[in-house]
Design a protein around this ligand. Structure first.
Ligand SMILES: NC(=O)c1ccc[n+]([C@@H]2O[C@H](COP(=O)([O-])OP(=O)(O)OC[C@H]3O[C@@H](n4cnc5c(N)ncnc54)[C@H](O)[C@@H]3O)[C@@H](O)[C@H]2O)c1
Length: 699
């Protein structure tokens, strides 16, 4: 039982007790209805209090029941709330800390609500592509007003109880008590005070109205439409709240239910629910249990104060950890520190960072030219040039000076972490921490697990990632790890598309319409086309048979490295980032087609998107099969948080599942017949072929 009923004289107290946040799982719901029945049958009980044990009143649905039959089993949440409403004895919700989603809907079904200060109040269902489905859209506007109610429902963001309690005319809270500690005593006193008042007040009997009615909802729709381009749920929130102002209560409830059920089956909601679960699952490593001991991290050393080193340092400074940066020359240190300062000052100017916070952060930063100054740090992250010889020197020095147990991490994006680990006599302490640029902004952190990396090192890094607010995903050692290994195939396809008849702008537009933040050519211009060039030069030696379009090399030979040289796949005007289609590039591509004897053809946007996205999917299937990634959801997290894949499609793996793996394989077989493409690559990865044949999915 995850809700217990106890008697406090003439008041029955039902305490939700389902850690961590008293999710309203089936056993908890049964506990509530049992408690209500007990209280109704006991002639000595005059009133009922519902409260939550521990850290919350209730955080809403129990996510462990998502997608299972238990989530809908009776008594479902609607039935529980109905039972509360219809209780012949008054029910008082005693709320503290967190009241969200179904938890708030339950409280709104109670006859009264008392709250302890500092409580976070929210209906966050929209973040899962849904609307509240147990009366939230009908009851909240009745107690906090239509505008506040709609803002909360459409944003899903928590609002502090103090703010809501201060709204003129609010009926959400009947009493604000002194503190969370006195909540139960105060709620009992309140319950005794109102025990004999009849009729029992019901939120359903209140009116939700807006003085500007239709005009307000029109305005709200325009606002929401602009903000939530690809998501259906936010507009449906407006519809549901409007219904609260226009329909009878029970009709409004039925309307809400219908919208909720329909949204449940949209690909967008499936995608958001998938990512919600995938994000939580990403921090779990199959053979590293949650209770694995962690090493204490109280100080950080960073080698290299360049683009990545500076950004990485900011993450730790933001989290209140002291950072010592090491370089070979004072000028490099000065430059690195100046860049960090400039970034923070920009935030101060925009009002995003307070001056005292900025001062505190800078005070945590120190610099050195000597490895001996790193002898006490708990972790060192290396971000020097991407050359194995340079990494070797650095790791040998670290091995010499660092204290036993210090974690030695490399930010390498392409080198073999096992080789790096073996430059030291403590490979168990070595791990890859692959940050993405700009490292102070991008959410993704690929944690590269070497053959020898100790479990407590991994557990420590996962916890540290959380502290610096990164989404950490574990990758095994391979060239490019998860993300860049996949993007290489995507870039190869982009090259073939140019040869066959596309322009860079056509390819970019097609994938941007699909929802990518940026197409492959704009992305190349931003990151620097010379990076891919360097990798290809290596590939020409390692894998001489691998097919590439030469267009990207020809572009680099023209010196068009991208925005940094003022020209890449596009032309750029000084100081601006607008990508202008380039005659020189079109001429280069056309000449290249002539040289190869290729007659260009019209390629449809559908084909462009399919070839680019399925190239990610096929490579990802190899990655999964090889155990480089432990689950499909991890790959989706990498692409959503690091590569601008449209989040409302849930990542490449969920997208493939949605299309149907059978259909994905059929398309690959078609692409393999194209003589200008790479037939060998389009052989479906064995895992993909198997899942497709069995009618299964990645997730
Ligand atoms: N730039 C990116 O987008 C990106 C993204 C992910 C990972 N990485 C990886 O991060 C690492 C650093 O890349 P970056 O872009 O910051 O390079 P960068 O050239 O901007 O900075 C490297 C810094 O390291 C310093 N350095 C070089 N050798 C050193 C040594 N022996 N001791 C101390 N300092 C030394 C240099 O003076 C320079 O300031 C590389 O391994 C790179 O592959 C880069």
């Amino acid at each position: 039982m995850t809700a217990e009923t106890t008697l406090h004289g003439d008041v029955a107290v039902i305490t939700l007790n389902n850690p961590p946040v008293n999710g309203l799982g089936h056993a908890t719901r049964v506990g509530i209805t049992d408690g209500l029945a007990l209280a109704a049958a006991d002639p000595n009980v005059k009133a009922i209090v519902i409260t939550g044990a521990g850290k919350a009143f209730s955080g809403g649905a129990d996510i462990r029941e998502f997608g299972t039959a238990k989530a809908l089993a009776e008594p479902n949440l609607l039935s529980v709330i109905l039972a509360v409403e219809q209780s012949p004895k008054p029910v008082v919700a005693a709320i503290h800390s967190v009241v969200m989603g179904g938890g708030l809907e339950l409280a709104l079904g109670c006859h009264y609500r008392v709250v302890a200060p500092g409580c976070n109040v929210a209906l966050p269902e929209v973040k899962l592509g849904l609307i509240p489905g147990a009366g939230g859209t009908q009851r909240l506007p009745r107690v906090v007003g239509v505008e506040t109610g709609l803002n909360m429902i459409v944003s899903g963001e928590p609002v502090k109880s103090e703010l809501l309690a201060s709204l003129p005319g609010q009926k959400l809270f009947d009493e604000v008590v002194g503190s969370p500690e006195t909540l139960l005593q105060d709620a009992l006193a309140f319950a005794r005070k109102i025990a004999d008042v009849r009729p029992l007040p019901l939120v359903r009997n209140l009116k939700a109205a807006h003085p500007q009615g239709d005009a307000y909802f029109q305005f709200a729709r325009n606002m929401v439409k602009g903000m939530a381009k690809n998501l259906p749920a936010p507009l449906k929130c407006v519809d549901a709240v409007e219904a609260a102002t226009k329909k009878k209560f029970d009709e409004g409830m039925a309307f809400e239910r219908e919208i909720f059920t329909n949204l449940m089956f949209t690909p967008e909601s499936r995608a958001l629910r998938h990512l919600f679960m995938a994000e939580r699952a990403a921090s779990k490593i199959p053979d590293v249990p949650d209770d694995t001991p962690k090493r204490e991290i109280k100080s950080v050393g960073i080698i290299g104060a360049g683009t990545m080193g500076g950004g990485i340092a900011m993450n730790f400074l933001n989290a209140g950890l002291p950072v010592k940066m090491l370089e070979m020359k004072q000028e490099a240190l000065d430059r690195g520190v100046a860049t960090i300062r400039k970034n923070y000052e920009a935030q101060v100017k925009k009002g995003k960072l307070k001056q005292d916070k900025y001062d505190q952060r800078m005070a945590l930063l120190s610099t050195t030219l000597s490895y001996d100054d790193l002898k006490d740090v708990d972790i060192v992250i290396e971000a020097v040039f991407e050359e194995l010889g340079v990494k070797e020197k650095v790791f040998k020095e670290l091995d010499r000076v660092c204290k036993p147990g210090a974690i030695l991490a490399s930010n390498t994006s392409t080198l073999d972490v096992n080789l790096i680990a073996n430059f030291t006599k403590r490979p168990q302490d070595v791990v890859g921490t692959h940050f993405f640029s700009p490292a102070n902004v991008m959410k993704l952190l690929e944690v590269v697990r070497g053959a020898a990396t100790a479990k407590d090192v991994l557990a420590t890094i996962m916890a540290l990632a959380k502290k610096i607010k990164k989404t950490a995903v574990v990758s095994g050692v391979c060239d490019g790890f998860i993300g860049n290994r996949m993007i290489e195939q995507y870039s190869r396809q982009a090259g073939f598309l140019l040869e066959e008849g596309c322009t860079p702008a056509q390819v970019d537009k097609a994938v941007e319409k699909f929802g990518f933040a940026m197409g492959p050519f704009r992305m190349g211009d931003l990151a620097g086309n010379d990076i891919g060039w360097a990798i290809r030069k290596r590939r020409y030696v390692e894998k001489p048979d691998l097919k590439y379009s030469k267009t990207a090399d020809l572009l680099c030979e023209m010196g068009r490295y991208g925005q940094k040289t003022g020209a890449g796949w596009y032309d750029y005007q000084a100081g601006k980032r607008d990508a202008i289609p380039s005659k020189a590039v079109t001429d280069m591509i056309e000449q290249h087609r002539k040289d190869r004897g290729i007659t260009p053809r019209q390629v449809s946007d559908d084909e462009i998107v399919q070839r680019l996205v399925y190239s990610l999917v096929n490579e990802a299937a190899h990655i999964l099969q090889e155990g480089i990634a432990s689950k499909a959801g991890d790959i989706d997290m990498v692409y959503i948080t690091g590569y601008g894949f449209p989040f409302w499609r849930g990542g490449p793996m969920l997208y493939a599942d949605e299309v149907g793996l059978f259909n994905v394989v059929q398309a690959m077989k078609r692409f393999a017949l194209n003589p200008l493409d790479d037939a060998a690559f389009w052989q479906p990865a064995p895992l993909l072929a198997k899942l497709a044949a069995e009618g299964k999915t990645f997730n």
